[in-house]
Write a protein that binds this ligand. Structure first.
Ligand SMILES: *[C@@H]1O[C@H](CO)[C@@H](O)[C@H](O)[C@H]1NC(C)=O
Ligand SMILES: *[C@@H]1O[C@H](CO)[C@@H](O)[C@H](O)[C@H]1NC(C)=O
Length: 289
């Protein structure tokens, strides 16, 4: 009954966006309170909760940036966050949403990490993959929308078969598990983080335009909690919805190929200096089925 009422409500109100909606235990992901699943990483006074904690603003000024992390670590899942970038010139500023296995506050050495990042630009999106190593698998994309104008859904699907980065349901990047071919793959539990901060290497910051505010929504988490130091075997269960996917569906493959043709502006696998260090560049990103 609850589901029926909720569904029809959202079909009427949100129409098309229902495609991206999901429920956990009968609660719409977007209705979950920030504090239920997340805690501040640093500079709590730069975090503003809105709409009963269903939206959070991260503020960067000359004194500090800020960020938050999930309370739990996860061993698989389809992690999604709605994000809106500062409507300013963000030269020198990094805005991110990512998963990481690095302990909070540590200088991470080799670790696992899956990143969405806007680096010194509000329109150029970067993704990166660390697989028990130091990463160096950057890709950059020109998006088909202005990420400063509205909230858009950024999702990371991660299971034992593959990682898929989605933007508004479009699979923009696939990283397959090629461990059997000697390629590193994600092997540690990760938590979810989001941050805004200034990085000297990302260009000069226009401090006259401060504060810079990035907004986040959707604090429900579709993931398998894994509190031990290695991935809990229950997170590999085929009974979990995000573990069913071993490859892109035919429809997703078409969307993926269209996106790759038009929107990729940098791919480490096409970078001669990089590709030699990454054996996965010689393997198909999407094997034919
Ligand atoms: C506000 O959030 C709390 C905790 O998630 C919830 O119990 C309460 O019903 C919410 N209130 C409104 C008006 O949505
Ligand atoms: C943004 O700011 C940087 C640094 O001040 C400047 O070099 C750049 O031209 C600006 N970009 C736009 C589009 O105004």
């Amino acid at each position: 009954m609850f589901f029926n009422t909720m569904s029809s409500h959202f079909i009427i109100i949100f129409g098309f966006s229902l495609v991206f909606a999901s429920f956990v235990n009968g609660v719409y992901e977007d209705d979950v309170n920030f504090d239920q699943n997340y805690v501040p990483l640093w500079a709590n006074n730069h975090i503003t909760r809105l709409y009963n904690g269903t939206e959070v603003q991260l503020l960067l000024d000359q004194s500090s940036g800020t960020g938050f992390r999930s309370i739990s670590d996860y061993g698989s899942g389809r992690f999604g966050m709605r994000m809106k970038l500062p409507d300013k010139n963000t030269s020198g500023i990094v805005t991110s949403f990512y998963l990481t296995s690095a302990p909070v506050g540590s200088q991470p050495g080799n670790h696992d990490e899956l990143d969405f990042e806007f680096i010194g630009s509000s329109t150029l999106l970067q993704t990166n993959v660390f697989a028990d190593d130091s990463g160096g698998r950057e890709e950059r994309y020109q998006l088909w929308f202005d990420p400063r104008k509205d909230f858009h859904l950024y999702e990371i699907l991660w299971n034992q078969y593959l990682v898929v980065f989605y933007v508004d349901g479009v699979p923009v990047r696939v990283f397959k598990n090629y461990k059997d071919k000697g390629v590193n793959y994600i092997s540690n539990p990760m938590n979810i983080q989001a941050t805004i901060w200034s990085a000297p290497w990302a260009g000069p910051v226009n401090w006259k335009e401060a504060p810079f505010i990035s907004s986040y929504r959707r604090f429900g988490i579709d993931g398998c909690v894994s509190q031990s130091t290695s991935i809990d075997p229950k997170c590999l269960s085929p009974g979990l919805p995000w573990n069913v996917q071993k490859d892109l569906s035919p429809r997703e493959q078409i969307m993926h190929q269209e996106f790759r043709k038009k929107n990729v502006v940098y791919d480490y696998c096409l970078d001669k200096a990089r590709q030699q260090h990454h054996p996965e560049c010689l393997l198909p990103h999407i094997p034919p089925d």
